[in-house]
Write a protein that binds this ligand. Structure first.
Ligand SMILES: Nc1ncnc2c1ncn2[C@@H]1O[C@H](COP(=O)(O)OP(=O)(O)OP(=O)(O)O)[C@@H](O)[C@H]1O
Length: 243
């Protein structure tokens, strides 16, 4: 790991009512580190993200953010403590791209001039968004909407960024641009946890890949370990379906 953990999850369990989905998840993400969580459909990746975001309560275990126990802290307060969660491509459709970004620039007592600079800085990273700055967010394509969500995180500068379904449904060229942004965020110290179906995409971005099966993390590997043993990656991705 690079540096001290920004996110520390210990023994996290839980699910939906009487249905248990997660069974004792342990993981850490360090300062400037990018960790990818991979695994077949239905193993509990999104459930874990929902618990990190404060949308679902775990039945057991602990979540710490920068040394603070946030297990029972409500979602909005987690944002104030430095966690930014990207779940779906949320945006306010009727507002323009620029106004969507402005909404994230005003909190934390920033004055207007600083907010403008933050918005312009985020738009400069995404020329496609800059060209559409005055268009309603509802008119953006899926990839452009993902860019908008990530541009917001550039403004927020979270300590921890959690991205669900990082590349789902996006063209490779768009994914390439998003990978570049996550690398930039890592370079300025942001800890990132990405949920990613494609092991190839995960290997191109992550320092470590965690593989889940049936609500547990069953393996942790670096990209170089996986490149050295392509069969290992295949077995982990296929999970219980491997021959
Ligand atoms: N609201 C819910 N109520 C009951 N069960 C749910 C609910 N949401 C998800 N589940 C179940 O929890 C399990 C884990 O789902 P989850 O969405 O976390 O998996 P995932 O690993 O993110 O899958 P995918 O890659 O397909 O998105 C699945 O069996 C799913 O059917």
């Amino acid at each position: 790991m690079v540096g001290e953990p920004v996110l520390e999850v210990a023994g996290l369990s839980g699910g939906y009512g009487s249905i248990q989905v997660l069974f004792g998840i342990d993981l850490t993400v360090g300062h400037g580190e990018t960790v990818a969580l991979c695994g077949p459909n239905g193993v509990g990746k999104s459930t874990l993200v929902r618990m990190l975001a404060g949308l679902n309560r775990p039945s057991a275990g602990r979540i710490s953010l920068q040394g603070n126990d946030i297990t029972t802290v409500p979602g909005p307060k987690r944002v104030r403590l430095g966690m930014s969660t990207v779940i779906g491509q949320q945006a306010f459709g009727t507002l323009s791209v620029r106004d969507n970004l402005r909404m994230h620039a005003y909190p934390n007592g920033r004055h207007e001039e600083k907010a403008h600079t933050a918005v312009d800085g985020a738009l400069a990273v995404f020329p496609r968004l800059a060209a559409r700055a005055d268009q309603p967010a509802s008119t953006l394509s899926g990839g452009e909407r993902q860019m908008l969500v990530l541009a917001k995180t550039l403004i927020q500068r979270p300590a921890l960024l959690v991205i669900d379904e990082f590349s789902l449904g996006l063209a490779p060229v768009v994914v390439g641009g998003l990978l570049e942004l996550v690398r930039r965020l890592a370079a300025v110290g942001v800890a990132t946890l990405v949920i990613e179906q494609s092991v190839n995409v995960a290997m191109s971005i992550a320092d470590r890949l965690l593989f889940m099966e049936h609500g547990s993390i069953i393996a942790t590997h670096t990209p170089s370990e996986l490149r050295a043993d392509p069969d290992l990656a295949r077995r982990l991705v296929l999970g219980g379906h491997a021959a």
